[in-house]
Design a protein around this ligand. Structure first.
Ligand SMILES: NC(=O)c1ccc[n+]([C@@H]2O[C@H](COP(=O)([O-])OP(=O)(O)OC[C@H]3O[C@@H](n4cnc5c(N)ncnc54)[C@H](OP(=O)(O)O)[C@@H]3O)[C@@H](O)[C@H]2O)c1
Length: 319
């Protein structure tokens, strides 16, 4: 819980009344969740203007956490898709609250059965990165056979972006630092570039799509590395919103930035099917027990994590 915006230390553990599912909701015992960049931004109240949505004086959502994986323990009278005992995963994007032992979800929300053989801690680390990456790649109209460069390929969105671009039939070049090259290659990247050794904007190669999965690059710097008709897909930045409008009218290289992101059940189902087919795996850097949420958050805020940081809420993480 947190009652005010501030550093990770504003977070604390507290007992609250358990939620009660409505007729169209399921009650889920959460086994694992994650600490994401969005959790950190919400807790810090940054950027400041975001407080006009999240609460001006204090946060409206006192419990953070959007990703989750767990077990259905109770269903409302009108629920048809799930029964108690089902192992499920998904995302609770706008209301948060997944850093908890129990949550309620509408059965038609971004929630699906877990594939057989996947552990709770891995399933919990899928949706935030993957659904945000899909939100960028789909409007970018990525087609099979196109060349995609993923910048920041070692982050939560980046590790998802590499695998999704590959699953969608692209030829993928992943850019990250030396330490993460092998992991990123193991996710299916056709080529890797170590940004500490090689500046891809100066190596003479060009791509149909450049996906800046970590928000550290710019359209201006990437433009000459885009093929004619190429698209630059950012993950954040007010400037990129303006550039998306501008390049929609002028020039043949476009910035595509579709906001707000959508978190749909059909995308969670898509991710479940990809995992079941062995075409996707969440990258988990570290696991912390829920009680160590402050330490986990401090690590995420170093901006050096490889993939995702998981909070284990109950001990059971087996398949
Ligand atoms: N559109 C949305 O709704 C939305 C929602 C959430 C987040 N975001 C944005 O999405 C972006 C990524 O989020 P995330 O959760 O995926 O991040 P993340 O997991 O925290 O990213 C960490 C990774 O980025 C790499 N990195 C850091 N600086 C880098 C640089 N200069 N060049 C290349 N790689 C670098 C780090 O590796 P090394 O430093 O070791 O190389 C680390 O592996 C952020 O810009 C965030 O603001 C957007």
């Amino acid at each position: 819980m947190h009652d005010r915006y501030g550093p990770p230390d504003v977070l604390r553990i507290e007992d609250v009344e358990p939620p009660v599912p409505k007729d169209d909701e399921v009650l889920i015992r959460v086994h694992a969740t994650t600490v994401s960049r969005t959790d950190c931004a919400l807790r810090a109240g940054e950027p400041f203007f975001s407080r006009f949505i999240t609460g001006v004086r204090r946060p409206r959502q006192r419990v953070l956490g959007s990703d989750f994986a767990g077990e259905v323990t109770e269903v409302g009278m009108g629920v048809r898709e799930f029964t108690p005992g089902d192992r499920v995963f998904g995302i609770k994007p706008w209301k948060f609250g997944a850093h908890a032992e129990l949550i309620c979800m509408h059965e038609r929300a971004a929630l699906a059965d877990m594939p057989v053989g996947v552990a709770f801690d891995e399933a919990a680390a899928v949706c935030d990165g993957a659904l945000l990456a899909l939100n960028c790649l789909r409007p970018g109209k990525l087609r099979s056979g196109q060349s995609v460069l993923v910048y920041g390929a070692s982050g939560s969105i980046g590790t998802a972006g590499v695998q999704l671009a590959k699953a969608l039939g692209a030829n993928v070049t992943a850019v990250c630092n030396t330490a993460n090259l092998e992991v990123v290659r193991s996710l299916g990247a056709d080529a890797v570039i170590d940004y500490t050794q090689d500046d891809f904007t100066k190596n003479g190669r060009s791509y149909d799509i450049i996906f800046d999965a970590v928000g550290k690059h710019s359209f201006a710097a990437c433009k000459s590395s885009l093929n004619p008709g190429g698209r630059y897909l950012p993950t954040d930045g007010l400037r990129n919103m303006a550039l998306a409008v501008w390049t929609d009218r002028i020039g043949d290289r476009k910035v595509i930035f579709d906001l707000p992101p959508k978190f749909m059940k059909r995308d969670v189902v898509f991710m479940r099917d990809l995992m079941a087919a062995g075409k996707y795996r969440a990258v988990v850097d570290r696991r912390y027990p829920l009680e160590q949420v402050v330490e986990a958050t401090k690590y995420v805020e170093m901006h050096e994590k490889l993939g995702n940081v998981v909070l284990t809420v109950t001990a059971e993480t087996s398949t």
